[in-house]
Write a protein that binds this ligand. Sequence first.
Ligand SMILES: [Zn+2]
Length: 113
Amino acid sequence: MVTYQYLCDEHGFFDIVKPMGTAPKTSRCPKCSKRARRHFGVSVPPTKGWPMACEALACHPSQIPEMQAEMRKRMGTTTEFDSMGRPILQNRAHRKQYLAAHEVFDRDGGYGD
Ligand SMILES: [Zn+2]
């Protein structure tokens, strides 16, 4: 069995497990049931547009529940993580809030905030 990764425009990454060579081009998002396209190249996060998987603030996948709980406490909202442990930043405001909660400032982000 192989894990295939899909990307919902709204909810970020999710995985499905299927026998090798049987991955459909699209799969229904488990959260909204919209068609999500297959995502190739698991180590490459989307670099343009939102939502964005944040490589720099990723944690080990085993730490996702712990990180999610901590971020919920600090931010008051829930942040989704992909299977690689990368937080899914929904938009610019979310990114800013997430960075602040991490006490991180991104000088080179080119966002001006
Ligand atoms: Zn979705």
